[in-house]
Each structure stands twice: as C-alpha cells, then as structure tokens.
Write a protein that binds this ligand. Structure first.
Ligand code: SF4
Length: 397
C-alpha cells in the first residue's frame, strides 16, 4: 500500500486528466501545474515519503484553494480508485466514565455532559449490531471503549467480539485506549485488522487539550500496534483552537511515522455542551477541507476518513471533502456518542455524487479462515475519532 508511485509532476498531463482534454483546458492546466511545481513542497507529490518538513506542509496549506484541491485530486487518483469510499460502522461498546481529561470528549468523567454511562456490552449484542451494520452495507465494524487502557478481563471479551465480527466477513477495528505490546499482540491474535489511536493535534498543542497523558504515550501505543502487525488508524481533530501550524505539525507527525497510518481520520470538533471546548469557534469549512487535502498529499496511499462532525456538514461540504481526497466515512449507527447522518441521507448523497461503496476482502488470517471461510484480501482505514478513537463527541472516531 505504501509503495512509491510516480510523482505527479512526472505524469503526462493527458494521463493526469484521465482523458484527452480540450487544448485550452490543457494549456490552463499546464500553467497551473507549472505554478504549483515551482513550490518546493510540490515537487515530489504522489511519492510516499517520511521526511516532510514543517515548512513544506505549511506551504501546502498556503496554496490557493483550487490549486490545493487540484493537486490533491491528482494524487488521490494515483493511489486510489476514484469515486469509491470505504464505509465503516462504529459502535460504542463501553460508554462514559473515562478517567482521561480530553477537553473535547463528553465521555470524560470530569465533564458534566449528561451522557449516560454504559457498561461493556455483551458479546452477543455486539454480534447483532455488527450483523445489522453489514446488512446496511458497512464493510468494517469499529468498536470503541472509553478506557484509559483495557484490563485483562476486558481484553478477553473484546477479543471474543473481534472473532464474531470477523466471522461475519467484516473487517474489525477497535479503539480501547493505550496498549502495551502484549495487549496489541493479543488483539492481533484475535483477528483484529485495525487499531484506532489518534494523536488529536500537534505535539506543541497537545497539553492544551489533554493533561492525563502525553504525546509520547500516543506514539508508544502506535508503535506497539504497528509492531504487532496491526494496521493503524490515526488522525486528529480540527477546530479545538489550534493554529494552521498546529494542523501542519499534526499531519507532519503522522506522515513522518515509520509507516503512514493506513487510515487517517480527520475530525471536525463537535462542540459538546459541558466540555471545556463547548464554546470553541467554528472552523471555516474551507480550512477543514484544506486539512483533508493536505492529509491526502502528505499520506498519498492512506485512506483519509471524513469523520466526526459530518452530521453538521452540508452535502456540498462533504462533496468538497471527497474532492480533496477523503475516501472513507462512518456509516449509520452513531459515532460513539454523537450522531451521524442517517443511512438514507448518506445513500442519497453518494448516489448523487456517483460514489460507490468499497467491497471488503479480508486479509488472510487463520482465525478468520476457521471462523468464516471468506475471501481474504485487505482494506483500510478505521475510525475517525479523536481521542483514542472513541468519538468523543468531538472527534473520535
Ligand atoms: S477521548 Fe477517549 S481517552 Fe479521552 S476522555 Fe474520551 S474516552 Fe477517554
């Protein structure tokens, strides 16, 4: 997935445009491409690389909006099928009473948000919800639990849930908080495909949002997850009062990891009353789309997930996000504790845009083979949250 591709700058124009364009159009496109190519950050676009500088990422954010989207859409088509999105359904398997203090999250025990706590769901209920999600068209089932880190008994039950999801022929994703290397391995052994663990924001802004853990804790769990052979789902939140530089630093951090996260959820803050960010200023929709586009350019082969906050977005804004390179959404159910556009609205929007859902082919895995005998292949992306991935009203998932 992270194979190096031909940089956009080296692609003949006709190929980049997909078909023969009128001469005037080609000339205009050539001029735009030439102008962009003079920006140092754009000389290696399309290449999967891990040496991004902050200045390069900031230069992408500074591009004229149309130039940025044009470049992002070209890079998108180098690595992904156009007009295709992956669809996941997210279920909160344990809700509320989390000891962490993430400022965006209604599940923190420290904020009075009126959220009703729920114990860990039974394995049978999770299986039923996953089957319903599959029947509605989801190919991946994501399970989020509001824990700082899972206890041994909890992890055994989550492992049983993962086996049930895989037995349905769906990809599985979990977001359970911080993991040690043996815990990550236990989840891998159960057949887990993805682990969601967001970095949320830049290293510099992190302690303005969370004080009960530090940025390095996130990186340590991500390393444990990668080392266990799990795919990573890792992104962040836009709209928490961060600067453009913070957004650039967040994406630079992700792009310079030893492996790009297979899935990069970009969340728009859902300002939940009772949380410290309840009155956060709304993000300019174009700035949100820019963040999606820069994620696409800095991590060309990754799935970029349009995540929390989608319910507040217009159809037009979602269409712009797809144009900028988003190719995954949460579908149906709830984004952990915050609402998600209903299934019918999503179906109608995708149909109006000519976008298809992506089929799932599960990776070869002995556990899944025994359980369901389905085909195996691969897929992408996981949550989209913020926090460790549970949605947080704000962003999780
Ligand atoms: S985002 Fe996750 S870790 Fe943070 S308070 Fe919410 S549930 Fe807890």
């Amino acid at each position: 997935m992270n194979a190096t591709r031909t940089p956009v700058a080296d692609i003949p124009l006709a190929a980049a445009q997909g078909s023969a364009a009128p001469a005037a159009s080609r000339t205009a496109t050539a001029a735009s491409t030439a102008a962009c190519a003079s920006t140092p950050a754009l000389t290696r676009l399309g290449e999967v690389r891990h040496d991004w500088t902050t200045a390069e990422v900031e230069a992408l954010f500074a591009l004229p909006f149309s130039d940025l989207l044009f470049q992002a859409q070209q890079v998108h088509r180098l690595h992904h099928a156009p007009n295709t999105v992956q669809m996941s359904t997210l279920l909160s398997i344990k809700t509320g009473a989390c000891p962490e203090d993430c400022a965006y999250c209604p599940q923190s025990v420290r904020w009075s948000t009126g959220l009703e706590r729920e114990q860990l769901l039974a394995v049978t209920e999770v299986r039923e919800r996953a089957a319903a999600a599959k029947a509605a068209g989801a190919t991946r089932f994501c399970m989020g639990a509001a824990w700082r880190s899972p206890k041994p008994r909890d992890l055994e039950l989550v492992a049983a849930m993962i086996r049930e999801v895989r037995a349905l022929g769906m990809e599985s994703c979990a977001t359970l908080g911080m993991l040690t290397p043996p815990q990550a391995q236990q989840l891998k052994d159960a057949g887990l495909d993805y682990y969601n663990h967001n970095i949320d924001t830049s290293p510099e802004f992190y302690d303005k949002i969370i004080t009960t853990r530090d940025f390095q804790d996130r990186l340590d769990t991500l390393e444990a997850v990668r080392d266990a052979g799990l795919k990573t789902c890792c992104g962040g939140i836009v709209g928490m009062g961060e600067t453009v530089r913070d957004r650039a630093r967040m994406l630079q951090t992700l792009a310079n990891l030893p492996q790009h996260p297979e899935s990069v959820p970009i969340n728009q803050l859902v300002a939940v009353p009772g949380t410290p960010l309840a009155d956060a200023a709304k993000v300019d929709p174009f700035d949100f789309v820019r963040t999606i586009a820069v994620a696409r350019l800095t991590m060309p082969a990754s799935t970029v997930r349009l995540s929390a906050g989608r319910e507040q977005m217009s159809d037009e804004l979602q269409a712009l996000a797809f144009l900028a390179g988003a190719n995954s959404i949460f579908y149906g159910e709830k984004l952990l504790t915050t609402g998600n556009p209903d299934v019918e609205r999503d179906r109608a929007l995708l149909q109006r845009l000519g976008i298809n859902g992506q089929d799932v082919v599960l990776e070869h895995d002995d556990t899944a083979d025994e359980a369901c005998g389905h085909d195996h292949g691969h897929g992408h992306n996981g949550h989209a949250s913020a926090g460790h991935g549970h949605d947080a009203g704000a962003a999780r998932a």
